[in-house]
Design a protein around this ligand. Structure first.
Ligand SMILES: Nc1ncnc2c1ncn2[C@@H]1O[C@H](COP(=O)(O)OP(=O)(O)OP(=O)(O)O)[C@@H](O)[C@H]1O
Ligand SMILES: [Mg+2]
Length: 418
């Protein structure tokens, strides 16, 4: 064998060995790839569910974005002008300012409440605090605050729009005017069941403010004008952050002197030098229930009402109730048949809510249970006995201070939890 042949054998052998090595490496790589694939498919859903997994991720992301968006937004005066089409449609006005109808660019209807005048420094701070509270308070029976505007020229709040307006508009016809009495049966657009639903829903909204949200919120101004109605007439309590915001005029008592609320609905402790608690809302709620029961304003000065002793409806109802003549209350409101029992329950709850002494009034959770028939209602005691004392003091020139009042002689039932 010559040296050339020997070199050929050696090179061929080396090439053969390298080829074998390459083939072995390829087999190893393939094995590793299969093993990795098996491991990753064990950690992930099968390819069929992977797209489903992506879809779920998308919906979780949408949900999280939604949470972030739920903070009340800050708008500019220009934004508000756009939303309201230059403040074209005025839907009403109240103690705080004028309310306009508007629409977000995505079509969602809004109510823009432009606050009166300028706020002082304290009120400005409070505006922010209230926006923080109301903007993070969610309940089906509370009006949603979408955002606000706070710049040099405009201070405004942007709420969800409730298409059926406020309860006073559907309850009293014409709005805000005393109604002729007695009521024709079936008067008004709302039937008894709907009205009862409004009472219960409103009670649940206030219960949330008092007992279920992180910090107790006292409304101070519960009244039909602050209960707004959705398309299906379910109620939503409005303005629960505003009551401590502005000084009020006209029909509203000024808050700087310590008095709050609206006459007729404000609890005695709001206009007397007595400590004020969340129970002032329970009193106002009771007055609202009377107005729903009677489908009239509680106080009317018309001749017919005066002749039949019905000027002050709650007292007239108490007298009928005390004398066992509740059917007269039902007849005056056109309530018939099976609704009578529910109406009587409503009436008893209202009588408990308007007790003179705050501690005699039930907690809102108890109110809800009583209205729903889940809690027995003790026989109410006279909520108006203090009025005799008040009359005596005013006619004897007394100063009307709290210590002059005897209060009622309520034997508060154990059924009424605080
Ligand atoms: N979110 C809303 N959706 C639809 N209408 C509304 C809304 N907010 C207010 N309104 C309408 O505007 C009117 C005025 O509301 P506003 O809250 O300013 O006054 P008020 O409730 O009568 O008194 P207050 O100043 O004590 O709240 C209401 O009676 C209601 O008809
Ligand atoms: Mg209001």
């Amino acid at each position: 064998m010559n040296s050339l042949a020997l070199a050929g054998i050696i090179v061929g052998g080396i090439a053969f060995i390298m080829a074998i090595k390459q083939i072995t490496r390829c087999i190893e790589l393939k094995r590793e790839w299969h093993a990795e694939r098996a491991a990753s498919s064990a950690a992930q859903p099968a390819s069929g569910t992977r797209s489903q997994y992506n879809v779920e991720l998308e919906s979780v992301n949408r949900f999280l974005d939604g949470i972030l968006r739920e903070k009340p937004a800050r708008f500019t005066a220009e934004n508000l002008r756009e939303f309201t089409g230059g403040y074209a449609e005025r839907v009403g006005s109240g103690g705080f300012g004028v309310v306009y109808r508007g629409r977000f660019p995505n079509g969602v209807a809004v109510a823009v409440k432009v606050l009166n005048g300028t706020l002082d420094r304290r009120a400005e701070e409070q505006f922010m605090a209230e926006v923080g509270t109301a903007g993070r308070t969610y309940h089906i029976n509370l009006v949603r605050l979408y955002g606000f505007c706070f710049d040099a020229s405009v201070k405004a709040l942007v709420y969800e729009f409730l298409p059926n307006g406020s309860l006073d508009r559907v309850l009293f016809d014409p709005p805000n005017k005393p109604t002729p009495m007695p009521m024709p049966a079936g008067r008004g657009v709302l039937g008894f069941e709907t009205l009862l639903g409004i009472v219960v829903g409103t009670a649940r909204g206030i219960r949330y403010l008092h007992e279920e949200c992180q910090h107790r919120i006292i409304h101070y101004d519960i009244k039909p004008g602050n209960v707004l109605l959705a398309e299906d007439y379910s109620p939503k309590v409005a303005d629960f952050g505003l009551a401590r915001l502005c000084n009020r005029d006209k029909t509203h008592l000024t808050m700087t002197g310590g008095a709050r609320g609206t006459p007729g609905y404000a609890a005695p402790e709001l206009w007397l030098p007595l400590p004020v608690t969340h129970k002032c809302d329970v009193y106002s709620f009771g007055m609202l229930v009377f107005e729903i029961l009677g489908r009239r304003q509680n106080y009317v000065v018309e001749e017919h009402a005066a002749l039949s002793g019905q000027e002050w409806y709650p007292k007239w109802v108490w007298q009928r109730f005390e004398e066992g003549r509740f059917e007269e209350v039902m007849a005056a409101s056109g309530i018939m048949g099976e609704d009578g029992e529910k109406a009587e329950r409503m009436c008893k709850v209202a009588l408990w809510c308007v007790q003179y002494r705050p501690e005699a009034r039930p907690a809102m959770s108890s109110v809800v249970r009583m209205l729903e028939g889940e809690e027995e209602i003790a026989r109410p005691v006279n909520p108006f006995s203090y009025m005799a004392g008040l009359h005596a003091i005013s006619s004897s020139g007394g100063d009307g201070s709290a210590s002059s009042f005897s209060g009622d002689s309520a034997n508060r039932s154990s059924a009424l939890s605080q």
